[in-house]
Design a protein around this ligand. Sequence first.
Ligand code: UD1
Length: 409
Amino acid sequence: MKIVSVVGARPNFVKLAPVHKSLSKYCDHIIIHTGQHYDNEMSDIFFKELRIPEPDINLGVGSATHGEQTSEMIKRLEIEFGCNQRECREEGVSVASKPSLVLVYGDTNSTFAGAFAASINNIPVAHIEAGLRSFDRRMPEELNRILTDHSSDMLFAPTDTAVRNLKNEHVAGRIINSGDISVEVVEEAWKFSKNSTVLKELRLEPKSFILFTMHRAESTDSYENLKTMIETFKDLNERKIETGSSSPAGKQKVSSSGDYSPHAINSHTRHCLQIVFPVHPRTEKLLKSYGLYEELIGCENVIITKPLGYVDFLRLIHESYKVVTDSGGLQKEAYLCSVPCITIRRSTEWVETLDQGWNKLCAFDKDEIVDLVLSQDPEPKMNNSRLIFGRGNTSEIIRDAIIYRYNKK
Ligand code: UD1
C-alpha cells in the first residue's frame, strides 16, 4: 500500500513526525513537500530535529499570494499523482504516482492543495486535525479547514468539539475521534528539549520572560497593530512583577509518564519581564517596510531571535511565565505545557483551552494585553487535560484506521 503525505509549512511538519514513525513500518510512505516554507529555520530544521526523513519530492512552490501558491501546488501535485494527462514529469513516473491514500495535516495552503488535488482525481484523502473551527471566515486557515474537511474520506478529529463541528456540517467522509497528534509531538520532543541550551544562550532565568509570537496576516498586515505591539513592549518595560510559585504557571503537569513535568520556580523576586520574540519572516518583512524594525530592536526588554526549531521552542514554552501569541498551535502547546496563554485574536479554534482559563482571547489593545500579562489569576484547573486532547496514542489510532480501511484494497 502506498500512502502519500503532503506537507509544506512548519505546523504540517510537526504533525507529520509521529504519523510517519507509526505508518512507515506498515506501508510505503511517501513524503511530498510543497515548498511553501523553504528557509532552513522554517523547514529543514524540523525534519532534522523531529527525525523525519528528507521528503521524497520537493515541489519548490515557494511564496506567492494564497491563490497563486495554492493553484501552483495543485497543478504540480496532479502531475506527481499521475493524474495530469497533458503534462508528465521529465524524470518519468513519480514515486507518488497513484497512491492508495493522500494524508494532509492541519489548515495551511499545502493542506488544502493536497486534499483538493487528490479528491478531484478520486484519490481518497485523510485529514489529520479535522473539524477545528474558529468560525472566522476571514482567516485563510478557516477556509482551508472547511474545504479540506469536505474533500476528505477519513476525518481524524482531535476533540469532541471537532467531532460535533463535523457532524453539524454533514461532511461526507468518516469521522474518527482520534485525539490530538500534538500530545505525542510535545511528549516526544520534550525528550530533546530537556537538554536544550536555549535559556543559557539567551541568558534567561526560568519564568522571568514572556514568549511572544505573531505572524498571522490579520495581525501583521496592519501598521497600527505592529505599532501597538511595540508600545505594549515599552509599557511592560516600565512594570515590575513578582514571579514565583504563586504564579499560575507554578504548578504544572503534562505527562502521565511524569518525567516531563516542569521545573520548580526560583524564589520570589520582583523584576521586569523580558520578552522573547522569535520573528517570523513575514513579520520581519512588514516591520521593515513600515519602518518599525529599528524601534523594535531598540526595546531593551525584547530579545529578538530568528524562527527557532521545535526543540528550543518547546523549552522556551515550558520555561516562560506566559505565552502571548496569535498562533493556533501555540495556544494548545502552551496548554499542554500548563503555561497560561494570551491570544491576541477575536476567536480560536482551540476552544477547550479557553474553558479552563488557561487561554484568554484579547483585542489588539495595549492596556488589555498589559493587564492580562500582569494579572495573577488564581491557578486554572487542569481537569482531565490530557483526555480533552486524547490519550497520546493518536498516531496509532490513525495508522490502525487507515490500514483497516485501505490495506485490503
Ligand atoms: C503559514 C500558514 C499558517 C501557519 C504558518 C506557520 C497558510 C495560509 N498559513 O503561514 O497557518 O501558522 O504557516 O508559519 O498556509 N517566508 C519566508 N521564508 C519561508 C516561508 C515564508 O521568508 O520559509 C515569508 C515569505 O515572505 C512569505 C511569508 O513569509 O510570503 C508568508 O509565508 P506563507 O507560507 O505564505 O504563510 P505563513 O505566514 O508562514
